[in-house]
Ligand binder design. Structure first.
Ligand code: ZN
Length: 425
């Protein structure tokens, strides 16, 4: 049988946000990159096949980062005393300009992609920069690394520095070029990416919405991140009912699969609209703290039934990988609960679900080890002493809180192993 993979170890994943599914010492069978089942022994029909035995290590679904900026990766941890709009003006835009230089773009994006792979971020939704040629480089780099992503050329034709702002026509043209070049790629695909409403004229928004419908492409943008930004949007788009309405009326909010990062200050109408249009709202806790944006009311949104994923929001967030985002989401929810005890803090299973199956559903069937899901997985190694002392769930929690890329010894995307297996006796 071609592309048969049998992996042995302790499997942990979240079918629902309520609890972990734990399969101790089991065999997972994947055929053509798709999970066939998890068994206590190798089923007869696969007898004789080679088994990749990971012993006492944990095997979990790969992480899904629903919001980050590849062109800001080098800036992680810089300018962290600024508020959002100052931070963009003082640091971010200058760096984004560099991505017009394709040699620079290749080097910087390779660094970025290596770190993604190392941290176990196997699927992600990425903002590149406004440079069409630079964004093309990012597509190529990610394809070479073998990880899954939606990549967007950043559209902006107003209210930004001249050196990264394009004409409406050029912005649309470049977007169309990338769509046509990459729309049939299996792993790295295009996504429509207006930077945020203030950066785009109504004509550009309308044009992007048209492309999204015409090619049935997903959309990603920012929504209601920061109070100053929300006020600015109100003054720029006076006739709009609210911030969400600007995207909605231009076919950029739920008409095709949509991701909105942050969504912190939604008014009641916007919350109802989110329920109706069903976008993925992305919680980026580190970024929200760093540039002093606020705290997403995650528990309220979950109670309403909204879809929530997690994002590192590099470089508003200072660390790549989802460990950090999961921990910070729990910590922030505890602070919120101090003021309102009805808003229960998030659990480890809930944030893990957001970082795997919840966010993963944007890509289809990934983020879980249920039958029929893509086998995107990470193999986690911890210290022998820890492994002897703690339960499998405790070990996973410990990895989430204290671990990092050094604990990940193998990564699989659709059943294909990305990195060599480290040796440990
Ligand atoms: Zn962002």
């Amino acid at each position: 049988m071609s592309n048969l993979l049998i992996v042995k170890g302790h499997f942990l994943y979240t079918k629902t946000a309520e609890k972990f599914e734990v399969h101790k010492d089991m065999f997972l069978v994947s055929i053509d990159g798709i999970v066939e089942g998890i068994y206590p022994t190798v089923p007869d029909r696969f007898k004789g096949a080679q088994v990749q035995d990971y012993g006492d290590r944990l095997i979990i679904p790969g992480f899904v980062d629903l919001h980050l900026h590849a062109s800001q990766f080098l800036q992680c941890g810089v300018g962290m005393t600024k508020q959002l709009l100052d931070w963009l003006n003082d640091y971010t835009f200058d760096l984004e300009r560099e991505f017009q230089n394709l040699e620079f773009a290749r080097k910087a994006y390779s660094c970025f992609a290596d770190k993604m792979v190392a941290c176990g971020t196997l699927r992600s939704c990425i903002f590149a920069s406004s440079s069409t040629a630079g964004t093309e480089v990012l597509f190529d780099v990610l394809k070479e690394k073998g990880i899954g992503a939606y990549v967007g050329k950043v559209n902006m034709d107003q209210n930004g520095p001249d050196f990264i702002t394009e004409t409406t026509e050029k912005s649309l043209e470049g977007t169309k070029y990338l769509i046509n070049k990459f729309k049939d790629e299996p792993l790295v695909k295009p996504i429509i990416t207006p930077r945020f409403a203030p950066s785009c004229s109504t004509e550009l928004l309308r044009g992007l919405g048209k492309l999204a419908l015409e090619y049935q492409l997903p959309v990603q943008s920012h929504l209601s991140e920061n109070i100053d930004e929300v006020k600015w949007v109100q003054s720029l788009f006076e006739s709009a009912k609210n911030y969400s309405d600007i995207y909605l009326t231009n076919n950029l909010y739920g008409q095709t699969k949509t991701i909105m990062a942050h969504a912190i200050y939604l008014d009641d109408d916007e919350k109802k609209l989110a329920l109706k249009m069903d976008p993925f709202l992305v919680h980026c806790p580190d970024s929200n703290i760093n540039v002093r944006s606020g705290i997403m009311p995650v528990r309220e949104y979950l109670n309403m039934g909204l879809k929530i994923g997690l994002g590192s929001d590099i470089a508003g967030g200072h660390k790549m990988g989802l460990n950090e985002a999961m921990v910070r989401a729990i910590q922030l929810s505890k602070l919120v609960a101090l003021n309102d005890e009805e808003l229960q803090p998030l659990t480890i299973a809930e944030v893990f679900y957001m970082a795997t199956k919840g966010g993963g559903s944007f890509f289809g069937k990934t983020g879980s080890f249920e039958k029929g899901f893509l086998f995107d997985a990470l193999v986690i190694e911890d210290d022998n002493m820890i492994a002897e002392m703690y339960s499998l769930e405790d070990r996973l929690e410990k990895f989430i809180y204290t671990g990092d890329d050094r604990n990940i010894i193998a990564r699989y995307v659709e059943g294909k192993c990305l990195s060599p297996i480290a040796s440990r006796t």
